[in-house]
Design a protein around this ligand. Structure first.
Ligand code: DGJ
Length: 374
């Protein structure tokens, strides 16, 4: 009896030791705070791979000096640092030259090719956020090395599948060209609200910033990204090798200025969590729901509740965090979907923190109550 008691206590102690404090330091198996920001977790067989932006110390860490890091785990708690999955290039002429902005990497395994495909937000060169491109890379193994393939703005020359009739045609194009002739801000503005943005952006491709990938049950992959100066989300269907676009795409959350999309599917509903556009500063999360990934999407409220005791911040500022991914349920998640958030530290980017919380599902609704530990 005593021995059973001891075994149970030892197991409980081991579990407690393995728990991560949400918003605290998350040590990897070598005791170093995990450095994988804005990323995703891919389950491949019995192993989880956590990909994310590898940050360096200080404000310089907001640009990419190393690339995308990757960790592996069998249980979502003991994470082994596998190094750099996608390295930035020493060649200043490369699209992913050191010092570029490389954010929010997402990885899927393509069932058709058996390859691992990575999509990320790329701002080439040393400028700001006006390049608004997606970068695509591919690898034979989950830990990489990923080979950079190309950078682009998606879906040039095509109209969204759900475009209203008055946004199609020459008159709409002329309005859009006039509306985009002057600079439009990448956050909410009066001019941006009135502007017809997407038709002009068919010349050269649509903007691509914060993003995620979603693999549908039928094997179709979708790239979901902030577009049109961050005013609107685009859902782009990918080709069956996951390396390009079919040209079929849909708009959602039109002029709702949504960043940080993270998506999941449960019980006949799709849910997408996002944030507003306030740079590295936190704001209030919101979610949308739909019966089909292509919409129509309905705006719901803020799923967050509770207070993060480490900073005293509650749901009005999403505990100080911003969404980045929702992990599908598995044994290691206790059968729960896990919503993942970054707490950014732009002054010392490497010190960014993580918050992982189970999603609670209602009847076509979600909520995400704060918990001190994952
Ligand atoms: C908010 C985005 O969600 C982040 O990924 C990053 O691009 C920052 N803006 C930069 O200010």
């Amino acid at each position: 009896m005593d021995r059973i008691c001891f075994t149970v206590l030892a197991a409980a102690a081991a579990m407690a030791a393995a728990a991560f404090e949400n918003g605290g330091i998350w040590p990897d198996s070598g005791g170093v705070h995990i450095n994988a920001h804005g990323g995703c977790v891919l389950q491949d067989g019995g192993t989880y791979y956590w990909y994310g932006e590898h940050k360096i110390a200080g404000g310089a860490g907001n640009r990419a000096h190393v690339g995308v890091g990757v960790y592996s785990s069998e249980d979502l708690h003991e994470w082994k640092n596998l190094g750099v999955a996608l390295a930035v290039s020493d060649d200043p002429a490369s699209d992913i030259a050191k010092g570029c902005i490389l954010e929010r990497p997402k990885v899927l395994k393509c069932p058709k090719t058996g390859k691992y495909v990575m999509y990320f937000h790329l701002e080439r060169g040393n400028g700001g956020y006006s390049d608004a491109r997606v970068g695509i890379a591919e690898a034979d193994a989950p830990e990489g090395p990923f080979k950079f393939i190309r950078a682009l703005r998606p879906t040039p020359g095509t109209a969204p599948q759900n475009a209203p009739a008055d946004e199609l045609g020459e008159e709409a194009m002329q309005k859009s060209l006039a509306d985009t002739a002057k600079p439009v801000s990448n956050g909410p503005s009066e001019a941006g609200m009135k502007a017809l943005l997407w038709p002009a952006h068919t010349r050269g491709g649509q903007h691509c910033r914060d993003m995620t990938l979603f693999l549908e049950d039928d094997g179709t992959a979708y790239h979901i990204h902030s577009s049109e100066h961050n005013s609107t989300l685009h859902i782009d269907e990918l080709t069956d090798d996951f390396l390009g676009y079919t040209g079929r795409w849909w708009r959602m959350a039109v002029k709702d200025w949504t960043e940080a999309p993270a998506i999941c599917k449960h019980d006949g509903w799709y849910y997408l969590i996002g944030s507003g556009c306030t740079g590295w500063k936190p704001n209030e999360a919101r979610y949308y729901r739909a019966r089909k990934i292509t919409g129509p999407w309905e705006r719901m409220g803020n799923p967050a509740s509770g207070i993060n005791p480490l900073n005293g911040i509650g749901p009005a500022l999403t505990w100080g965090g911003q969404s980045y991914y929702i992990l599908q349920p598995s044994k290691a998640t206790g059968g729960r979907h896990i919503a993942m958030f970054d707490i950014w530290r732009p002054q010392n980017a490497i010190d960014g923190r993580y918050v992982w919380l189970p999603v609670e599902f209602g009847d076509g609704t979600i909520s995400i109550p704060w918990k001190n530990e994952f």
